[in-house]
Design a binder for this molecule. Structure first.
Ligand SMILES: Nc1ncnc2c1ncn2[C@@H]1O[C@H](COP(=O)(O)OP(=O)(O)OP(=O)(O)O)[C@@H](O)[C@H]1O
Ligand SMILES: [Mg+2]
Length: 607
């Protein structure tokens, strides 16, 4: 019992604390469209006053009618005026409602756009390590949903204001007559409010804890229905397995939601009964006072209407308010996402990257473990890459070749030790500057579902329109032959995602990835297994060009093919976190070490 009380209390504290998320959001809304927000607010205020006005006019109509009937006399001409006023009030209210809906819809669009842009802008700044962390991924997911789902918050805030104004206007009427009745109403509505908010909070906690499950569900859905997985799913006959897993997770989600909804149903109904009892108690009292001659029939209708209005406004205000408090909790997710700061960024007064590079790279006692893991990937590595040198990194799977490259490009930082470029720590250079000088194509390069032009142009996005340069890069990577064959040339849509898209083979995609590297005017080119999917002829051709292109630059090449590797100036063998041996192909073969062993093994297969 004390445990539930504890969570409840904590829940309240959290929720009230979350309300402070609202002002920054309101500021954002106001700044993005002051005119629209002003219009929406004005509409709300006017709409809010309609109910009390309509009730008051209604009371006058009834009193006029009852008075005329009782006392006889001429037809009361002012009744026309009153009826007209009643009609005008409803008409005005419905026009204002539409105007306010229109303004709200436009505000929501602006808000979604602004928040989505901010999320993208922020995500682009974050460390690679963040994206490789599942906890962060949940955060990103929740934040992304916020962009569209939090739109409800804005209209809820407007609604709250409207409800409060309506309540005050009605309450003033009731309080003038009898403050006690108003109090009675208030007291009986409170339990319903507490229940409402309690369940809303439980709903939030549940949604929060279910995020990983939902993510898994989405993943399974994609696996079961996407083109990328279709081949394997068919060949391995995974359809049934995926369906079952999907279904069992879906089942768990449904069960947990249902349990909550059931409880909410019963408790909610009971509390609603309590507030109804409050209202009818007050109503009975009014009827009694009217019969005893203390109130006119018009007073009775006005007060009964005002009471009913107060009661329903109170309930609505409470539920709108809890809704807002919950939405504000979700905003916390958005704000924590924005609060994740990249660790890898430029220092103040960072240096520009050297151009030209004079000495090259140096690893000094570099150790590296991936954050949150214990395995040492690089252990005390000392290494130099001299200006103008072309080297190959070789080693078995998982020995850290790709990791090595990520460190050079400062996508990660060493756990200890230093990496220097021209004698200066990489951390002292401007990050964007440094990365501009390094052209990397990773083994899991992107296949953009965009045009051929964009697939090459992303290598240097400011040259997207520079056709000669795009073509020259495509020439070097041999992608040009494909482009010339495409019906739409450079404007050919690639990939199967969008209409008219043309899918490519693995090797063909790779030619586009290579072209991106050639787009860059980088001083260091790094290719992580760039030719793994190329046929022998294409590979030979690519290498001839690569050698030409890199004659005056530094290059790092990762490959499992010895025909490729032997063309470089120096071969570095990575094993067990250290550099096991290095030298030219001939030196290493003569040495009879690990490299010679691997080379023999591969060569033997070709004999
Ligand atoms: N983001 C990551 N988080 C945790 N561990 C990782 C991460 N990326 C790679 N590793 C681990 O680090 C080790 C080295 O990986 P790396 O990708 O550098 O190997 P590699 O030499 O490039 O292998 P391959 O020849 O298969 O491409 C692997 O054991 C891998 O499991
Ligand atoms: Mg690798």
């Amino acid at each position: 019992m004390s445990e539930t009380a504890e969570t409840e209390k904590k829940g309240w504290r959290e929720r009230l604390a979350a309300l402070k998320n609202i002002p920054p959001v309101l500021k954002l809304v106001w700044q993005s469209s002051p005119a629209l927000t002003g219009t929406a607010l004005a509409c709300r205020v006017l709409i809010a006053l309609v109910p009390v006005g309509a009730l008051w006019v209604g009371k006058m109509i009834i009193d006029t009618v009852v008075g005329t009937l009782k006392n006889g006399g001429a037809f009361p001409q002012q009744i026309w005026l009153l009826l007209g006023a009643e009609f005008a009030l409803t008409g005005i209210a419905s026009i204002l409602n539409r105007a306010s809906d229109y303004a709200n819809a436009r505000i929501a669009d602006q808000f979604t756009r602004e928040v989505s842009l901010r999320i993208m802008r922020h995500a682009a700044k974050l460390d690679l390590a963040s994206f490789e962390d599942p906890v962060f991924y949940d955060k990103l997911e929740r934040a992304r949903v916020q962009a569209t789902d939090r739109v409800g918050l804005l209209s809820a805030l407007g609604q709250l204001m409207q409800q409060v104004i309506t309540l005050i206007s009605l309450a003033v009427g009731v309080i003038i007559f009898s403050p006690v009745i108003f109090l009675l109403l208030l007291v009986t509505v409170v339990p319903a409010f507490l229940g409402e908010s309690h369940f809303a909070f439980l709903g939030y906690t549940l949604a929060y804890s279910l995020t990983p499950l939902r993510r898994e569900l989405d993943y399974l859905r994609v696996l079961g229905t996407s083109k990328e997985s279709a081949k394997e799913v068919k060949v391995f006959g995974l359809g049934e397995y995926l369906r079952q897993r999907f279904d069992s997770i879906q089942g768990e989600l449904i069960t947990r939601n249902r349990r909550l909804q059931k409880k909410r149903l019963w408790v909610g109904a009971l509390l609603a009964l309590v507030s109804s009892a409050g209202y009818y108690g007050a109503y009975a009292y009014l009827v009694f006072r009217t019969l005893s001659g203390h109130l006119s029939v018009g007073d009775l209708t006005f007060l009964a209407g005002a009471l009913m209005g107060c009661s329903s406004q109170l309930q609505q205000i409470f539920s709108t308010f809890t809704g807002i408090a919950d939405q504000a909790l979700f905003l916390t997710d958005l704000l924590t996402f924005f609060a994740v700061k990249p660790k890898i960024r430029s220092k103040p007064n960072a240096l520009p990257a050297p151009r030209p590079i004079r000495e090259g790279f140096e690893f000094r006692k570099v150790c590296f473990e991936y954050p949150g893991t214990k395995r040492i990937i690089l252990n005390n590595v000392n290494f130099r890459l001299n200006q103008g040198e072309r080297i190959a990194l070789v080693g078995a799977n998982g020995q850290g070749k790709t990791t090595f490259v990520k460190l050079m490009a400062r996508l990660y930082e060493p756990t200890s030790g230093r990496i220097l470029l021209d004698g200066v720590d990489l951390r002292d250079y401007k990050l964007e500057d440094l990365q501009r000088e390094i052209g990397v194509i990773f083994q899991d390069f992107m296949r953009y579902d965009m045009t051929a032009r964009e697939n090459i142009g992303v290598g240097r996005i400011d040259q997207l329109k520079n056709e000669p340069q795009l073509r020259a890069a495509a020439e070097k990577s041999k992608a040009i032959e494909l482009i010339d064959r495409f019906p739409d040339g450079l404007e050919q849509m690639l990939g199967r995602r969008f209409e008219g898209g043309l899918d490519l083979s693995g090797g063909e995609w790779q030619k586009f990835a290579l072209a991106r590297a050639y787009m860059r005017d980088a001083q260091v080119l790094i290719l992580d297994e760039p030719t793994a999917a190329l046929d022998a002829m294409a590979e030979y051709e690519v290498f001839r060009r690569f050698a030409e292109l890199t004659s005056d630059r530094m290059a790092v090449m990762i490959s499992h093919r010895f025909s490729t590797v032997r063309m470089t100036d120096r071969i570095v063998v990575l094993e067990d976190g250290t550099i096991r041996e290095q030298g030219t192909h001939d030196q290493l073969v003569a040495r009879g070490g690990r490299y010679a062993e691997m080379f023999e093994l591969q060569a033997a297969n070709y004999r």
